[in-house]
Design a protein around this ligand. Structure first.
Ligand code: ADP
Ligand code: MG
Length: 224
Protein backbone atom coordinates (compact mmCIF):
# COMPACT_ATOMS: atom_id res chain seq x y z
CA UNK A 1 0.00 0.00 0.00
CA UNK A 2 1.19 3.49 -0.78
CA UNK A 3 -0.18 6.73 0.58
CA UNK A 4 0.94 8.55 -2.51
CA UNK A 5 2.18 7.21 -5.79
CA UNK A 6 3.41 9.36 -8.63
CA UNK A 7 3.73 7.32 -11.79
CA UNK A 8 5.91 8.96 -14.47
CA UNK A 9 4.47 12.37 -13.81
CA UNK A 10 5.14 15.35 -16.03
CA UNK A 11 3.90 18.88 -15.54
CA UNK A 12 4.44 21.27 -18.41
CA UNK A 13 3.24 24.86 -18.20
CA UNK A 14 2.27 25.92 -21.72
CA UNK A 15 2.74 29.64 -20.96
CA UNK A 16 4.94 31.79 -23.19
CA UNK A 17 6.73 30.94 -26.42
CA UNK A 18 8.64 28.06 -24.83
CA UNK A 19 6.71 25.71 -22.51
CA UNK A 20 8.17 25.29 -19.04
CA UNK A 21 8.85 21.68 -18.03
CA UNK A 22 8.33 22.01 -14.27
CA UNK A 23 8.31 18.24 -13.60
CA UNK A 24 10.00 15.69 -15.82
CA UNK A 25 9.13 12.03 -15.45
CA UNK A 26 8.77 11.96 -11.66
CA UNK A 27 8.08 8.57 -10.10
CA UNK A 28 7.74 8.36 -6.32
CA UNK A 29 6.11 6.00 -3.85
CA UNK A 30 5.37 7.27 -0.34
CA UNK A 31 4.51 4.60 2.24
CA UNK A 32 2.39 5.01 5.36
CA UNK A 33 4.21 6.68 8.23
CA UNK A 34 7.09 8.03 6.18
CA UNK A 35 8.44 11.52 6.83
CA UNK A 36 9.76 12.61 3.46
CA UNK A 37 11.73 15.77 2.72
CA UNK A 38 12.23 16.93 -0.84
CA UNK A 39 14.99 19.47 -1.18
CA UNK A 40 15.62 21.72 -4.10
CA UNK A 41 16.55 25.27 -5.03
CA UNK A 42 14.04 27.93 -6.02
CA UNK A 43 12.37 27.13 -9.33
CA UNK A 44 13.21 23.41 -9.24
CA UNK A 45 9.56 22.30 -9.20
CA UNK A 46 8.84 21.86 -5.48
CA UNK A 47 5.55 23.74 -5.33
CA UNK A 48 4.39 22.21 -8.59
CA UNK A 49 5.06 18.76 -7.17
CA UNK A 50 3.24 19.50 -3.93
CA UNK A 51 0.22 20.95 -5.73
CA UNK A 52 -0.13 17.74 -7.72
CA UNK A 53 0.12 15.67 -4.54
CA UNK A 54 -2.38 17.93 -2.80
CA UNK A 55 -4.93 17.58 -5.62
CA UNK A 56 -4.68 21.29 -6.37
CA UNK A 57 -3.41 20.60 -9.88
CA UNK A 58 -3.34 17.79 -12.44
CA UNK A 59 -0.33 16.29 -14.24
CA UNK A 60 0.22 16.91 -17.97
CA UNK A 61 1.22 13.26 -18.27
CA UNK A 62 1.39 10.34 -15.86
CA UNK A 63 -0.75 9.44 -12.89
CA UNK A 64 -1.12 10.48 -9.26
CA UNK A 65 -2.56 7.85 -6.90
CA UNK A 66 -3.78 8.50 -3.35
CA UNK A 67 -4.12 5.33 -1.27
CA UNK A 68 -3.87 3.32 -4.49
CA UNK A 69 -6.75 5.21 -6.08
CA UNK A 70 -6.08 6.86 -9.45
CA UNK A 71 -7.18 10.47 -9.15
CA UNK A 72 -7.21 11.41 -12.81
CA UNK A 73 -10.70 10.05 -13.45
CA UNK A 74 -12.27 11.88 -10.51
CA UNK A 75 -14.46 14.96 -10.85
CA UNK A 76 -13.38 18.23 -9.27
CA UNK A 77 -16.05 17.76 -6.59
CA UNK A 78 -14.75 14.30 -5.69
CA UNK A 79 -11.20 15.63 -5.61
CA UNK A 80 -12.21 18.49 -3.34
CA UNK A 81 -13.87 16.05 -0.98
CA UNK A 82 -10.80 13.78 -0.89
CA UNK A 83 -8.58 16.78 -0.27
CA UNK A 84 -10.74 17.89 2.63
CA UNK A 85 -10.90 14.47 4.24
CA UNK A 86 -7.49 12.99 3.54
CA UNK A 87 -4.95 15.76 3.16
CA UNK A 88 -3.64 18.52 5.39
CA UNK A 89 -1.94 21.18 3.30
CA UNK A 90 0.44 23.72 4.83
CA UNK A 91 1.12 26.59 2.47
CA UNK A 92 4.36 28.52 2.38
CA UNK A 93 2.81 31.85 3.37
CA UNK A 94 0.22 30.38 5.75
CA UNK A 95 -2.86 31.33 3.65
CA UNK A 96 -4.92 32.13 6.74
CA UNK A 97 -8.07 34.17 6.26
CA UNK A 98 -7.06 37.55 7.59
CA UNK A 99 -10.45 38.64 8.95
CA UNK A 100 -11.05 35.41 10.86
CA UNK A 101 -9.66 34.65 14.31
CA UNK A 102 -7.29 31.74 14.94
CA UNK A 103 -10.11 29.52 16.19
CA UNK A 104 -12.34 30.44 13.23
CA UNK A 105 -9.54 29.65 10.78
CA UNK A 106 -8.98 26.23 12.33
CA UNK A 107 -12.72 25.46 12.50
CA UNK A 108 -13.31 26.29 8.83
CA UNK A 109 -12.29 22.96 7.21
CA UNK A 110 -14.57 21.15 9.68
CA UNK A 111 -17.50 23.33 8.66
CA UNK A 112 -16.94 22.22 5.07
CA UNK A 113 -17.38 18.61 6.24
CA UNK A 114 -20.55 19.46 8.15
CA UNK A 115 -19.21 19.12 11.70
CA UNK A 116 -21.65 20.83 14.12
CA UNK A 117 -20.60 24.27 15.40
CA UNK A 118 -20.01 23.32 19.04
CA UNK A 119 -17.86 20.30 18.15
CA UNK A 120 -15.77 22.14 15.61
CA UNK A 121 -15.01 25.02 17.98
CA UNK A 122 -14.17 22.59 20.79
CA UNK A 123 -11.84 20.69 18.50
CA UNK A 124 -10.30 23.88 17.09
CA UNK A 125 -9.59 25.09 20.62
CA UNK A 126 -7.99 21.75 21.51
CA UNK A 127 -5.86 21.81 18.37
CA UNK A 128 -4.70 25.36 19.03
CA UNK A 129 -3.87 24.39 22.63
CA UNK A 130 -1.84 21.45 21.30
CA UNK A 131 0.31 23.85 19.24
CA UNK A 132 0.79 26.16 22.22
CA UNK A 133 -1.78 28.80 21.29
CA UNK A 134 -4.47 28.26 23.94
CA UNK A 135 -4.23 31.95 24.85
CA UNK A 136 -4.53 33.21 21.26
CA UNK A 137 -7.87 31.73 20.14
CA UNK A 138 -9.53 35.08 19.45
CA UNK A 139 -6.56 36.73 17.72
CA UNK A 140 -6.66 37.51 14.01
CA UNK A 141 -3.52 36.70 11.95
CA UNK A 142 -2.29 40.33 11.99
CA UNK A 143 -2.10 40.08 15.78
CA UNK A 144 0.12 36.98 15.64
CA UNK A 145 3.82 36.49 14.94
CA UNK A 146 5.01 34.53 11.92
CA UNK A 147 5.69 31.45 14.01
CA UNK A 148 2.27 31.69 15.64
CA UNK A 149 0.57 32.06 12.26
CA UNK A 150 2.34 28.98 11.00
CA UNK A 151 1.19 27.05 14.08
CA UNK A 152 -2.40 28.14 13.39
CA UNK A 153 -1.92 26.93 9.80
CA UNK A 154 -0.66 23.56 11.07
CA UNK A 155 -3.61 23.25 13.48
CA UNK A 156 -5.94 24.01 10.56
CA UNK A 157 -4.22 21.40 8.40
CA UNK A 158 -4.87 18.84 11.16
CA UNK A 159 -8.51 19.87 11.66
CA UNK A 160 -10.06 16.96 9.77
CA UNK A 161 -7.49 14.46 11.07
CA UNK A 162 -5.77 13.77 7.76
CA UNK A 163 -3.24 10.94 7.66
CA UNK A 164 -1.23 12.79 5.03
CA UNK A 165 0.31 16.15 5.71
CA UNK A 166 1.90 18.17 2.89
CA UNK A 167 3.97 21.25 3.63
CA UNK A 168 5.46 23.79 1.21
CA UNK A 169 8.58 25.36 2.73
CA UNK A 170 6.92 25.49 6.15
CA UNK A 171 9.82 27.32 7.80
CA UNK A 172 10.67 29.58 4.86
CA UNK A 173 9.42 32.73 6.54
CA UNK A 174 10.40 31.92 10.12
CA UNK A 175 13.16 32.84 12.57
CA UNK A 176 15.23 30.05 14.07
CA UNK A 177 13.35 29.83 17.38
CA UNK A 178 9.99 29.59 15.58
CA UNK A 179 11.55 27.08 13.23
CA UNK A 180 12.61 24.80 16.07
CA UNK A 181 9.06 24.87 17.42
CA UNK A 182 7.58 23.99 14.02
CA UNK A 183 10.03 21.12 13.55
CA UNK A 184 9.18 19.76 17.00
CA UNK A 185 5.53 19.90 16.00
CA UNK A 186 6.20 17.95 12.80
CA UNK A 187 8.09 15.32 14.79
CA UNK A 188 5.12 14.96 17.13
CA UNK A 189 2.62 14.65 14.28
CA UNK A 190 4.88 12.06 12.65
CA UNK A 191 5.09 10.12 15.92
CA UNK A 192 1.27 9.88 15.85
CA UNK A 193 1.69 7.74 12.75
CA UNK A 194 0.84 10.35 10.16
CA UNK A 195 2.65 10.55 6.83
CA UNK A 196 4.44 13.83 6.19
CA UNK A 197 5.91 15.20 3.00
CA UNK A 198 7.75 18.50 3.13
CA UNK A 199 9.38 20.42 0.30
CA UNK A 200 12.09 22.74 1.47
CA UNK A 201 15.41 24.34 0.66
CA UNK A 202 16.36 24.20 4.35
CA UNK A 203 18.78 21.40 5.38
CA UNK A 204 17.59 21.68 9.02
CA UNK A 205 14.08 20.72 7.96
CA UNK A 206 15.36 17.88 5.81
CA UNK A 207 17.43 16.62 8.76
CA UNK A 208 14.34 15.73 10.81
CA UNK A 209 12.82 13.68 7.97
CA UNK A 210 13.27 9.92 7.71
CA UNK A 211 13.77 9.98 3.96
CA UNK A 212 15.32 12.61 1.72
CA UNK A 213 15.04 13.31 -1.97
CA UNK A 214 16.37 16.04 -4.18
CA UNK A 215 14.71 17.83 -7.05
CA UNK A 216 16.65 19.68 -9.75
CA UNK A 217 15.07 21.13 -12.88
CA UNK A 218 11.97 19.03 -12.32
CA UNK A 219 13.84 15.74 -11.92
CA UNK A 220 13.59 13.86 -8.65
CA UNK A 221 16.22 11.60 -7.15
CA UNK A 222 16.75 9.83 -3.85
CA UNK A 223 19.52 11.14 -1.57
CA UNK A 224 21.48 8.60 0.46
P1 ADP B 1 9.78 25.92 -6.60
O1 ADP B 1 8.59 25.77 -5.74
O2 ADP B 1 10.80 24.84 -6.44
O3 ADP B 1 10.41 27.27 -6.46
P2 ADP B 1 7.87 25.88 -8.81
O4 ADP B 1 7.24 24.56 -8.78
O5 ADP B 1 7.11 27.02 -8.25
O6 ADP B 1 9.33 25.79 -8.14
O7 ADP B 1 8.26 26.24 -10.32
C1 ADP B 1 8.95 25.32 -11.17
C2 ADP B 1 9.13 25.96 -12.54
O8 ADP B 1 7.86 26.13 -13.16
C3 ADP B 1 9.75 27.33 -12.50
O9 ADP B 1 10.59 27.46 -13.62
C4 ADP B 1 8.58 28.27 -12.59
O10 ADP B 1 8.94 29.49 -13.19
C5 ADP B 1 7.61 27.50 -13.45
N1 ADP B 1 6.20 27.76 -13.13
C6 ADP B 1 5.58 27.57 -11.93
N2 ADP B 1 4.27 27.88 -11.99
C7 ADP B 1 4.04 28.29 -13.28
C8 ADP B 1 2.88 28.72 -13.99
N3 ADP B 1 1.69 28.80 -13.40
N4 ADP B 1 3.05 29.05 -15.31
C9 ADP B 1 4.25 28.96 -15.90
N5 ADP B 1 5.36 28.54 -15.30
C10 ADP B 1 5.28 28.21 -14.01
MG1 MG C 1 7.79 26.97 -4.27
Amino acid sequence: MTVLYLDHVWRVYPSGAVPVIALADVTLAVRPGEFVAIMGPSGSGKSTLLQLMGLLDRPSRGRVLLYDQDLSALSEAARARLRLEQIGFIFQRFHLLHDLTAIENVALPMEALGVPTASRYARAAALLASVGLADRLGFIPAQLSGGQRQRVAIARALANEPWLLLADEPTGALHSEDKAQILALFRRVHAQGRTILVVTHDPEVAAVASRRLEIRDGRLREVA
